[in-house]
Write a new protein. Structure first.
Length: 135
């Protein structure tokens, strides 16, 4: 695996032990390390970022990460293919008490980026954004 993939995996590992600060730091390192990340990897990193912000109770930053994700997907919806394996993160989101108030929309967000087809992915992300704006 290449450097950014390893850093992204470390970021996810930090997330799944509830170390949100370290996860956000690693996510920043991934982006800084490789400006040529594929749209699929960038979208996965934005989901991890949103989960970290939600874990810290920062809904505004989580919402911004989702808007950034939406903008990224909208650039070329057909360019995105689900590659990330979300089983560990999904389990963490379901089990982590700190994420209880965000759990439903976080799981919908993970489902959105696990969807084949960019247009359907966009619709699902829009649904999450609408749900957040209704709260």
């Amino acid at each position: 695996p290449d450097y950014h993939t390893v850093l992204a995996d470390f970021a996810e590992a930090e997330l799944t032990i509830g170390n949100y600060d370290a996860c956000l730091e690693k996510l920043g390192q991934v982006v800084d390390a490789d400006q040529e990340l594929t749209p699929t990897i960038r979208s996965s990193l934005k989901v991890l970022e949103a989960i970290c912000w939600a874990g810290q109770g920062n809904r505004k930053q989580a919402n911004q990460a989702i808007k950034d994700l939406r903008d990224l997907v909208a650039l070329d919806p057909n360019e995105l293919t689900p590659e990330w394996l979300w089983a560990g993160t999904t389990h963490f989101v379901k089990a982590e008490p700190q994420l209880q108030s965000s759990r439903d929309w976080l799981l919908k967000l993970i489902d959105a980026v696990s969807t084949e087809g960019g247009e359907q992915m966009l619709e699902s992300i829009d649904g999450v954004l609408k749900e957040l704006s209704d709260r």
